[in-house]
Write a protein that binds this ligand. Structure first.
Ligand SMILES: [Zn+2]
Length: 410
Protein backbone atom coordinates (compact mmCIF):
# COMPACT_ATOMS: atom_id res chain seq x y z
CA UNK A 1 0.00 0.00 0.00
CA UNK A 2 1.19 3.48 -0.84
CA UNK A 3 2.24 5.24 2.37
CA UNK A 4 5.30 7.35 1.62
CA UNK A 5 3.54 10.68 1.59
CA UNK A 6 -0.12 10.50 2.65
CA UNK A 7 -1.01 13.35 0.37
CA UNK A 8 -4.65 14.40 0.18
CA UNK A 9 -6.18 16.06 -2.85
CA UNK A 10 -8.58 18.85 -1.89
CA UNK A 11 -11.43 20.18 -4.06
CA UNK A 12 -10.91 23.22 -6.28
CA UNK A 13 -11.84 26.45 -4.49
CA UNK A 14 -15.58 27.12 -4.61
CA UNK A 15 -17.93 29.58 -3.00
CA UNK A 16 -20.18 27.70 -0.57
CA UNK A 17 -23.53 26.92 -2.21
CA UNK A 18 -25.56 28.34 0.66
CA UNK A 19 -28.75 28.74 -1.38
CA UNK A 20 -28.80 25.22 -2.81
CA UNK A 21 -30.33 22.47 -0.76
CA UNK A 22 -30.22 19.07 -2.46
CA UNK A 23 -28.34 16.19 -0.75
CA UNK A 24 -25.62 16.72 -3.39
CA UNK A 25 -25.23 20.35 -2.27
CA UNK A 26 -24.94 19.33 1.38
CA UNK A 27 -22.38 16.71 0.35
CA UNK A 28 -20.27 19.50 -1.22
CA UNK A 29 -20.28 21.45 2.05
CA UNK A 30 -19.12 18.35 3.93
CA UNK A 31 -16.49 17.58 1.31
CA UNK A 32 -15.11 21.12 1.34
CA UNK A 33 -14.98 21.15 5.13
CA UNK A 34 -17.42 24.10 5.24
CA UNK A 35 -19.79 22.12 7.47
CA UNK A 36 -18.87 19.05 9.53
CA UNK A 37 -22.08 18.26 11.40
CA UNK A 38 -25.86 18.42 10.98
CA UNK A 39 -26.05 21.61 13.06
CA UNK A 40 -23.30 23.28 10.97
CA UNK A 41 -25.13 22.28 7.78
CA UNK A 42 -28.28 23.85 9.15
CA UNK A 43 -26.39 27.03 10.08
CA UNK A 44 -24.61 27.37 6.71
CA UNK A 45 -27.66 26.64 4.54
CA UNK A 46 -30.39 28.17 6.73
CA UNK A 47 -32.40 24.94 6.34
CA UNK A 48 -34.44 23.62 9.28
CA UNK A 49 -32.61 20.90 11.28
CA UNK A 50 -35.32 18.37 10.37
CA UNK A 51 -34.84 19.07 6.63
CA UNK A 52 -31.06 18.74 6.98
CA UNK A 53 -31.51 15.43 8.81
CA UNK A 54 -33.64 13.96 6.00
CA UNK A 55 -31.01 14.84 3.39
CA UNK A 56 -28.15 13.60 5.58
CA UNK A 57 -30.01 10.30 5.98
CA UNK A 58 -30.13 10.07 2.15
CA UNK A 59 -26.35 10.54 2.02
CA UNK A 60 -25.76 8.00 4.79
CA UNK A 61 -28.05 5.43 3.12
CA UNK A 62 -26.30 6.00 -0.21
CA UNK A 63 -22.96 5.31 1.51
CA UNK A 64 -21.45 8.64 0.49
CA UNK A 65 -20.89 10.01 3.99
CA UNK A 66 -20.23 8.50 7.40
CA UNK A 67 -21.16 9.90 10.78
CA UNK A 68 -18.92 9.28 13.75
CA UNK A 69 -19.00 10.27 17.40
CA UNK A 70 -16.47 12.77 18.71
CA UNK A 71 -16.25 13.53 22.43
CA UNK A 72 -16.99 17.18 23.07
CA UNK A 73 -17.13 19.51 26.06
CA UNK A 74 -18.91 18.27 29.16
CA UNK A 75 -18.68 14.65 28.00
CA UNK A 76 -21.24 15.26 25.27
CA UNK A 77 -20.74 13.40 22.02
CA UNK A 78 -20.87 15.49 18.86
CA UNK A 79 -21.62 13.62 15.65
CA UNK A 80 -19.15 14.42 12.87
CA UNK A 81 -19.95 13.99 9.18
CA UNK A 82 -17.25 13.12 6.66
CA UNK A 83 -16.91 11.72 3.14
CA UNK A 84 -16.98 7.92 3.08
CA UNK A 85 -13.52 7.55 1.54
CA UNK A 86 -13.87 3.82 0.87
CA UNK A 87 -17.07 4.16 -1.18
CA UNK A 88 -15.09 4.60 -4.40
CA UNK A 89 -11.92 5.83 -6.03
CA UNK A 90 -10.69 7.79 -9.04
CA UNK A 91 -7.77 7.12 -11.38
CA UNK A 92 -5.52 9.58 -13.16
CA UNK A 93 -3.27 8.80 -16.14
CA UNK A 94 -0.61 11.29 -17.16
CA UNK A 95 0.67 10.37 -20.61
CA UNK A 96 4.15 11.27 -21.80
CA UNK A 97 5.95 10.22 -24.96
CA UNK A 98 7.58 7.18 -23.36
CA UNK A 99 5.87 6.77 -20.01
CA UNK A 100 2.58 6.98 -18.20
CA UNK A 101 2.07 8.04 -14.59
CA UNK A 102 -0.84 6.29 -12.95
CA UNK A 103 -2.31 7.53 -9.67
CA UNK A 104 -5.29 6.40 -7.60
CA UNK A 105 -7.11 8.35 -4.86
CA UNK A 106 -10.05 7.48 -2.62
CA UNK A 107 -13.18 9.67 -2.38
CA UNK A 108 -11.63 11.73 0.43
CA UNK A 109 -8.71 12.52 -1.90
CA UNK A 110 -6.07 10.36 -0.22
CA UNK A 111 -3.57 9.06 -2.78
CA UNK A 112 -3.56 5.26 -2.62
CA UNK A 113 -1.16 4.49 -5.46
CA UNK A 114 1.23 6.47 -7.60
CA UNK A 115 3.34 4.74 -10.21
CA UNK A 116 5.51 5.80 -13.11
CA UNK A 117 5.34 3.11 -15.78
CA UNK A 118 7.91 3.43 -18.51
CA UNK A 119 6.08 0.91 -20.61
CA UNK A 120 5.40 0.35 -24.24
CA UNK A 121 1.73 1.27 -23.88
CA UNK A 122 2.07 4.46 -25.94
CA UNK A 123 1.48 3.17 -29.45
CA UNK A 124 1.01 4.84 -32.81
CA UNK A 125 -2.58 3.65 -32.70
CA UNK A 126 -4.56 5.29 -29.87
CA UNK A 127 -6.92 2.27 -29.76
CA UNK A 128 -4.00 -0.06 -29.00
CA UNK A 129 -2.71 2.43 -26.42
CA UNK A 130 -6.06 2.66 -24.65
CA UNK A 131 -6.29 -1.16 -24.37
CA UNK A 132 -2.78 -1.22 -22.89
CA UNK A 133 -3.63 1.60 -20.47
CA UNK A 134 -6.73 -0.24 -19.33
CA UNK A 135 -4.66 -3.35 -18.53
CA UNK A 136 -2.23 -1.12 -16.59
CA UNK A 137 -5.11 0.36 -14.58
CA UNK A 138 -6.49 -3.12 -13.85
CA UNK A 139 -3.06 -4.27 -12.59
CA UNK A 140 -2.56 -1.28 -10.28
CA UNK A 141 -6.13 -1.43 -8.94
CA UNK A 142 -5.60 -5.14 -8.17
CA UNK A 143 -2.29 -4.43 -6.44
CA UNK A 144 -3.99 -1.72 -4.33
CA UNK A 145 -6.67 -4.20 -3.14
CA UNK A 146 -9.48 -2.22 -4.75
CA UNK A 147 -12.38 -3.41 -6.89
CA UNK A 148 -12.59 -1.95 -10.38
CA UNK A 149 -16.37 -1.65 -10.03
CA UNK A 150 -15.78 1.05 -7.38
CA UNK A 151 -13.98 3.37 -9.82
CA UNK A 152 -16.08 6.55 -10.26
CA UNK A 153 -14.05 8.64 -12.73
CA UNK A 154 -10.92 8.55 -14.86
CA UNK A 155 -8.84 11.58 -15.90
CA UNK A 156 -6.31 11.37 -18.72
CA UNK A 157 -3.64 14.05 -19.23
CA UNK A 158 -2.15 14.32 -22.73
CA UNK A 159 0.68 16.51 -24.07
CA UNK A 160 -1.54 18.12 -26.72
CA UNK A 161 -4.36 20.65 -27.06
CA UNK A 162 -7.75 19.07 -26.26
CA UNK A 163 -11.07 20.28 -27.70
CA UNK A 164 -13.84 20.20 -25.07
CA UNK A 165 -16.41 19.10 -24.11
CA UNK A 166 -15.82 15.92 -26.13
CA UNK A 167 -12.14 15.67 -25.10
CA UNK A 168 -10.83 15.40 -28.67
CA UNK A 169 -7.06 15.66 -29.16
CA UNK A 170 -6.18 18.29 -31.79
CA UNK A 171 -2.88 18.92 -33.57
CA UNK A 172 -0.57 17.01 -31.22
CA UNK A 173 3.05 18.09 -31.80
CA UNK A 174 4.13 14.47 -31.63
CA UNK A 175 2.09 11.28 -32.00
CA UNK A 176 0.49 12.66 -35.24
CA UNK A 177 -1.71 9.55 -35.51
CA UNK A 178 -3.53 10.80 -32.41
CA UNK A 179 -4.93 13.86 -34.20
CA UNK A 180 -8.73 13.92 -33.65
CA UNK A 181 -8.61 10.90 -31.30
CA UNK A 182 -11.35 10.93 -28.65
CA UNK A 183 -9.96 8.74 -25.88
CA UNK A 184 -13.20 8.78 -23.86
CA UNK A 185 -14.98 6.99 -26.75
CA UNK A 186 -12.21 4.38 -26.85
CA UNK A 187 -12.38 3.88 -23.07
CA UNK A 188 -16.20 3.62 -23.24
CA UNK A 189 -15.89 0.01 -24.48
CA UNK A 190 -14.22 -0.85 -21.16
CA UNK A 191 -15.86 1.38 -18.56
CA UNK A 192 -18.97 3.51 -18.15
CA UNK A 193 -17.47 6.00 -15.65
CA UNK A 194 -16.86 9.60 -16.83
CA UNK A 195 -13.52 9.81 -18.70
CA UNK A 196 -12.10 13.32 -18.74
CA UNK A 197 -9.30 14.05 -21.22
CA UNK A 198 -7.30 17.20 -20.53
CA UNK A 199 -4.11 18.91 -21.66
CA UNK A 200 -1.25 18.03 -19.27
CA UNK A 201 -0.27 21.66 -18.54
CA UNK A 202 -3.93 22.39 -17.70
CA UNK A 203 -3.90 19.52 -15.19
CA UNK A 204 -0.73 20.94 -13.76
CA UNK A 205 -2.45 24.33 -13.28
CA UNK A 206 -5.42 22.60 -11.62
CA UNK A 207 -3.00 20.85 -9.23
CA UNK A 208 -1.36 24.17 -8.30
CA UNK A 209 -4.57 26.12 -7.73
CA UNK A 210 -4.77 26.84 -3.98
CA UNK A 211 -7.77 25.32 -2.20
CA UNK A 212 -8.01 27.74 0.71
CA UNK A 213 -8.83 30.93 -1.20
CA UNK A 214 -11.92 32.62 -2.55
CA UNK A 215 -12.25 31.44 -6.16
CA UNK A 216 -12.41 35.07 -7.34
CA UNK A 217 -8.85 35.66 -6.15
CA UNK A 218 -7.29 32.53 -7.68
CA UNK A 219 -5.49 33.75 -10.82
CA UNK A 220 -2.42 31.80 -11.81
CA UNK A 221 -0.19 30.79 -14.67
CA UNK A 222 1.45 27.38 -14.26
CA UNK A 223 4.45 26.92 -16.56
CA UNK A 224 5.65 23.40 -17.23
CA UNK A 225 9.34 23.49 -18.12
CA UNK A 226 10.43 20.08 -19.36
CA UNK A 227 11.57 18.76 -22.71
CA UNK A 228 8.83 21.04 -23.98
CA UNK A 229 7.20 24.20 -22.58
CA UNK A 230 3.52 24.26 -21.58
CA UNK A 231 1.25 26.64 -19.71
CA UNK A 232 -2.04 26.19 -17.86
CA UNK A 233 -4.22 29.14 -16.87
CA UNK A 234 -6.50 29.47 -13.84
CA UNK A 235 -8.73 32.54 -13.94
CA UNK A 236 -11.08 33.24 -11.04
CA UNK A 237 -10.60 29.73 -9.66
CA UNK A 238 -11.53 28.11 -12.99
CA UNK A 239 -9.42 26.54 -15.71
CA UNK A 240 -9.32 28.77 -18.79
CA UNK A 241 -9.21 26.58 -21.90
CA UNK A 242 -10.00 29.17 -24.56
CA UNK A 243 -12.37 28.73 -27.49
CA UNK A 244 -10.48 25.83 -29.11
CA UNK A 245 -8.98 24.28 -26.00
CA UNK A 246 -5.61 25.71 -26.99
CA UNK A 247 -5.20 28.52 -24.43
CA UNK A 248 -1.71 28.61 -22.96
CA UNK A 249 0.17 27.47 -26.06
CA UNK A 250 2.85 30.03 -25.21
CA UNK A 251 5.73 27.94 -26.46
CA UNK A 252 5.31 28.98 -30.09
CA UNK A 253 5.69 32.73 -29.60
CA UNK A 254 8.75 34.16 -31.28
CA UNK A 255 11.94 34.38 -29.22
CA UNK A 256 15.06 36.45 -29.88
CA UNK A 257 17.57 33.57 -29.92
CA UNK A 258 18.33 30.95 -32.57
CA UNK A 259 16.40 27.68 -32.84
CA UNK A 260 18.32 24.56 -31.82
CA UNK A 261 15.59 22.10 -32.82
CA UNK A 262 12.95 21.97 -35.53
CA UNK A 263 9.39 22.76 -34.50
CA UNK A 264 6.30 22.05 -36.60
CA UNK A 265 4.66 25.36 -35.66
CA UNK A 266 6.19 27.32 -38.56
CA UNK A 267 7.19 30.23 -36.31
CA UNK A 268 10.84 31.04 -36.95
CA UNK A 269 12.80 30.68 -33.66
CA UNK A 270 9.77 29.92 -31.48
CA UNK A 271 10.32 29.79 -27.71
CA UNK A 272 10.19 25.99 -27.66
CA UNK A 273 12.80 25.59 -30.41
CA UNK A 274 15.09 28.11 -28.66
CA UNK A 275 14.66 27.64 -24.90
CA UNK A 276 12.89 24.34 -24.07
CA UNK A 277 14.75 21.53 -22.33
CA UNK A 278 14.81 19.69 -25.66
CA UNK A 279 16.44 22.70 -27.37
CA UNK A 280 19.11 22.99 -24.64
CA UNK A 281 19.95 19.29 -24.89
CA UNK A 282 20.38 19.71 -28.66
CA UNK A 283 22.60 22.76 -28.13
CA UNK A 284 24.94 20.96 -25.71
CA UNK A 285 25.08 17.83 -27.87
CA UNK A 286 26.03 19.99 -30.87
CA UNK A 287 28.96 21.20 -28.74
CA UNK A 288 30.05 17.57 -28.31
CA UNK A 289 28.83 17.22 -24.71
CA UNK A 290 27.17 13.99 -23.56
CA UNK A 291 23.88 14.73 -21.83
CA UNK A 292 21.08 12.20 -21.74
CA UNK A 293 18.08 13.97 -20.22
CA UNK A 294 16.76 17.25 -18.85
CA UNK A 295 17.43 15.90 -15.31
CA UNK A 296 21.09 15.43 -16.29
CA UNK A 297 21.17 18.94 -17.73
CA UNK A 298 19.83 20.34 -14.43
CA UNK A 299 22.54 18.39 -12.56
CA UNK A 300 25.27 19.76 -14.85
CA UNK A 301 24.05 23.28 -14.09
CA UNK A 302 24.04 22.59 -10.33
CA UNK A 303 27.61 21.22 -10.55
CA UNK A 304 28.73 24.41 -12.24
CA UNK A 305 29.42 23.12 -15.75
CA UNK A 306 30.17 26.45 -17.46
CA UNK A 307 28.52 25.64 -20.80
CA UNK A 308 25.42 24.18 -19.16
CA UNK A 309 25.06 27.23 -16.89
CA UNK A 310 25.42 29.51 -19.91
CA UNK A 311 22.67 27.85 -21.95
CA UNK A 312 20.38 27.63 -18.89
CA UNK A 313 20.81 31.36 -18.19
CA UNK A 314 20.20 32.30 -21.82
CA UNK A 315 17.07 30.14 -21.91
CA UNK A 316 15.87 31.65 -18.63
CA UNK A 317 16.15 35.16 -20.10
CA UNK A 318 14.19 34.13 -23.19
CA UNK A 319 11.45 32.47 -21.11
CA UNK A 320 11.35 35.41 -18.66
CA UNK A 321 10.93 37.89 -21.53
CA UNK A 322 8.04 35.88 -22.97
CA UNK A 323 6.40 35.46 -19.56
CA UNK A 324 6.67 39.20 -18.97
CA UNK A 325 4.23 39.83 -21.85
CA UNK A 326 1.81 37.20 -20.54
CA UNK A 327 1.96 38.57 -16.99
CA UNK A 328 1.33 42.12 -18.24
CA UNK A 329 -1.64 40.80 -20.19
CA UNK A 330 -3.13 38.47 -17.57
CA UNK A 331 -2.16 40.01 -14.20
CA UNK A 332 -1.90 36.72 -12.26
CA UNK A 333 -1.54 36.45 -8.48
CA UNK A 334 0.82 33.50 -8.83
CA UNK A 335 3.29 32.34 -11.44
CA UNK A 336 4.25 28.73 -10.80
CA UNK A 337 7.31 27.16 -12.41
CA UNK A 338 7.20 23.38 -12.67
CA UNK A 339 8.46 20.44 -14.70
CA UNK A 340 11.91 18.87 -14.49
CA UNK A 341 13.70 22.10 -15.48
CA UNK A 342 12.19 24.14 -12.61
CA UNK A 343 14.85 22.66 -10.32
CA UNK A 344 17.62 24.47 -12.22
CA UNK A 345 18.69 27.52 -10.18
CA UNK A 346 20.50 29.26 -13.10
CA UNK A 347 17.36 28.89 -15.26
CA UNK A 348 14.80 30.07 -12.69
CA UNK A 349 17.05 32.93 -11.46
CA UNK A 350 17.31 34.22 -15.05
CA UNK A 351 13.53 33.86 -15.54
CA UNK A 352 12.86 35.93 -12.40
CA UNK A 353 15.49 38.55 -13.27
CA UNK A 354 14.10 39.14 -16.76
CA UNK A 355 10.50 39.03 -15.58
CA UNK A 356 10.98 41.62 -12.84
CA UNK A 357 13.17 43.77 -15.13
CA UNK A 358 10.66 43.98 -17.97
CA UNK A 359 7.23 43.61 -16.36
CA UNK A 360 5.11 46.56 -15.27
CA UNK A 361 5.75 47.17 -11.53
CA UNK A 362 1.98 47.23 -11.09
CA UNK A 363 1.95 43.55 -12.15
CA UNK A 364 4.92 42.36 -10.09
CA UNK A 365 4.42 44.17 -6.77
CA UNK A 366 2.07 41.44 -5.53
CA UNK A 367 3.10 38.65 -7.89
CA UNK A 368 4.19 35.42 -6.20
CA UNK A 369 6.71 33.63 -8.43
CA UNK A 370 7.28 30.17 -6.99
CA UNK A 371 8.36 26.70 -7.94
CA UNK A 372 5.94 23.82 -7.98
CA UNK A 373 4.73 22.41 -4.63
CA UNK A 374 6.39 19.04 -3.94
CA UNK A 375 3.06 17.23 -3.78
CA UNK A 376 2.22 18.34 -7.33
CA UNK A 377 5.02 16.07 -8.49
CA UNK A 378 3.28 13.17 -6.81
CA UNK A 379 1.46 11.45 -9.58
CA UNK A 380 -1.16 13.31 -11.44
CA UNK A 381 -2.48 15.52 -8.66
CA UNK A 382 -4.37 17.68 -11.16
CA UNK A 383 -5.97 14.65 -12.82
CA UNK A 384 -7.09 13.24 -9.47
CA UNK A 385 -8.52 16.61 -8.46
CA UNK A 386 -10.41 16.98 -11.73
CA UNK A 387 -11.70 13.40 -11.55
CA UNK A 388 -12.90 13.82 -7.95
CA UNK A 389 -14.54 17.20 -8.64
CA UNK A 390 -16.30 15.71 -11.69
CA UNK A 391 -17.44 12.51 -9.99
CA UNK A 392 -18.64 14.26 -6.83
CA UNK A 393 -20.38 17.34 -8.21
CA UNK A 394 -23.89 17.85 -6.73
CA UNK A 395 -25.87 16.71 -9.81
CA UNK A 396 -23.85 13.51 -10.02
CA UNK A 397 -24.17 12.80 -6.29
CA UNK A 398 -27.96 13.27 -6.56
CA UNK A 399 -28.03 10.90 -9.55
CA UNK A 400 -25.99 8.29 -7.64
CA UNK A 401 -28.41 8.53 -4.71
CA UNK A 402 -31.43 8.08 -7.01
CA UNK A 403 -29.79 5.02 -8.62
CA UNK A 404 -29.04 3.53 -5.19
CA UNK A 405 -32.62 4.25 -4.09
CA UNK A 406 -34.04 2.55 -7.21
CA UNK A 407 -31.90 -0.54 -6.64
CA UNK A 408 -32.90 -0.56 -2.98
CA UNK A 409 -36.66 -0.39 -3.63
CA UNK A 410 -36.58 -2.82 -6.61
ZN1 LIG B 1 7.14 26.09 -32.22
Amino acid sequence: MYSDDMVTISPMPTSPATSASSPGDLFQLIRQGTARSRSELSKVTGLAPSTVSLKVEDLLRGGLVIESGVSGRGGRTARRLSVNAAEGFVVSLDLGASHVRVAVADLAGLILADRLCSTDVIDEDPGVTVSGLWRTIQGIVDDTDLELTKMVALAVGVPAPVRQPEGRIVSPAFMPAWNNATLSTLFATMTDVPVIVENDANLYAIAECPAEVEPESAHLLAIKLGTRIGCGIISGGKLHRGFSGAAGEISHTQAKGQAAILCSCNVVNCLESVASGGALLARLRADGLTVGSTQELVQMGEHGDARAVQVLREAGSEIGAALSSFVNFFNPRELVLGGTMCYSAPLTAAIRAELFRTCLPLMTENLDVRTSRPETGLGSAGGLRLALDTALQPERVNALLSEAEAVHSA
